[in-house]
Design a protein around this ligand. Structure first.
Ligand SMILES: [Mg+2]
Length: 279
C-alpha cells in the first residue's frame, strides 16, 4: 500500500470469524485500539459475515456498532431505518431495519440439501440437524450464541463425512439444483446465488449517494470473502490456515496480504492503513 492522504469518506467492510474475531475463541478485545479509533473518526464499519442476523446483532451490541450489516454470506443487507438520508427500495421491514434480500430462503435450501443427502447417500449434517448443544461444542460458542447461530434465514452451514471426492460430489449437486456452494473457513455452506460482493456493492452505492466520494476497504480471511474483496478499493486478505492459492488472490487488483488472522492482525492492519491514509 502506498502512502496517500485521502479526502474520500472511508468505509470499512469486514468479515467477522477469523478476521475481526478470533477463529476459535471469537475474542475481539485485541482489536480495541483500532475499533475505538474508527469510532472516533466516524468511519462506518460494516460487518459482512456468514453469521446469522441474530449472531451479528449480538456482536453489534457488544461492539456498540450501529451501521448496516450483511448476514449469511450476502443473503441479506440490514440497514437501520434512518441511517441513510434518502429513501431506497427494500424487500421488507423488520424491527429497526429496512431489509434487502438477495438470498434463497432457508426452507428451500434445507429441502435441497435433504434431497442431495438422499440421492447421493453421502452423510451430510447441517446446522438444522444439530442441537444447540452440538453447535456450541463444535463451534466453541455459548448456548445463547449457538441458539443465534441456528436462526438461519438464507444459508445452511454443513459438514460432510468423507474426503474431497464427497465434497466435490455434493458441490456439483448443489450447483445442478440451482444453488451455490462456498467454503466458509469452518463449514461448507449451501446458499442462493448471493455472495458478499453483491451485498457490498449495493451498500457502496448507498454510501456514495450519502457521501459523494468514498474509499472502501474490505477485509477477510476465507474463500467466501473473495467476492467482497473484488469490489472494494483496498482489499486485504488475512492468510491463515485456509489454502487459497496465490493465483486466485493475485487476480484481485490491489490486494494486500497479511500473514496472520484474527483481531491482533486486524488491529495492526487498520491502524497502519489509517496512518498511511493520513486519517
Ligand atoms: Mg472468516
Amino acid at each position: 500500500m502506498r502512502s496517500m492522504t485521502t479526502t474520500r469518506k472511508l468505509i470499512i467492510f469486514t468479515d467477522l470469524d477469523g478476521t475481526l474475531l478470533d477463529r476459535n475463541t471469537y475474542a475481539f478485545e485485541q482489536a480495541t485500539p483500532a475499533l475505538l479509533f474508527i469510532q472516533q473518526k466516524n468511519i462506518p464499519l460494516v460487518f459482512s459475515s456468514s453469521k446469522t442476523r441474530a449472531e451479528i446483532e449480538f456482536y453489534r451490541r457488544k461492539l456498540e456498532n450501529d451501521h448496516p450489516f450483511i448476514s449469511e454470506n450476502g443473503g441479506a443487507v440490514f440497514v437501520p431505518r434512518y441511517y441513510f438520508s434518502f429513501p431506497f427500495s427494500h424487500d421488507r421491514e423488520s424491527g429497526e431495519y429496512l431489509v434487502l434480500e438477495f438470498g434463497a430462503f432457508h426452507p428451500h435450501i434445507r429441502e435441497t440439501l435433504e434431497a442431495i443427502k438422499k440421492e447421493t447417500g453421502i452423510k451430510i449434517r447441517g446446522f438444522s440437524d444439530l442441537t444447540e448443544k452440538e453447535i456450541a461444542s463444535l463451534c466453541g460458542l455459548s448456548m445463547i450464541e449457538a441458539g443465534y447461530a441456528k436462526k438461519r434465514e438464507y444459508d445452511e452451514p454443513f459438514m460432510v463425512e468423507g474426503g474431497d471426492k464427497e465434497v466435490e460430489k455434493v458441490r456439483e449437486k448443489i450447483e445442478e439444483m440451482g444453488l451455490s456452494y462456498v467454503w466458509g473457513g469452518k463449514f461448507h455452506h449451501i446458499l442462493g446465488k448471493n455472495d458478499k460482493g453483491k451485498a457490498v456493492e449495493i451498500l457502496k452505492e448507498f454510501y456514495e449517494k450519502q457521501f459523494l466520494s468514498i474509499l472502501t476497504v474490505g477485509i477477510g480471511d476465507s474463500l467466501n470473502d473473495l467476492p467482497m474483496l473484488s469490489v472494494v478499493d483496498l482489499p486485504v486478505f488475512l492468510k491463515g490456515k485456509d489454502n487459497v492459492s496465490e493465483e486466485v488472490l493475485s487476480a484481485i487488483q490491489n490486494i494486500t496480504m497479511v500473514d496472520d488472522t484474527g483481531p491482533q492482525a486486524w488491529n495492526e492492519l487498520i491502524l497502519n492503513m489509517l496512518h498511511k491514509l493520513g486519517i
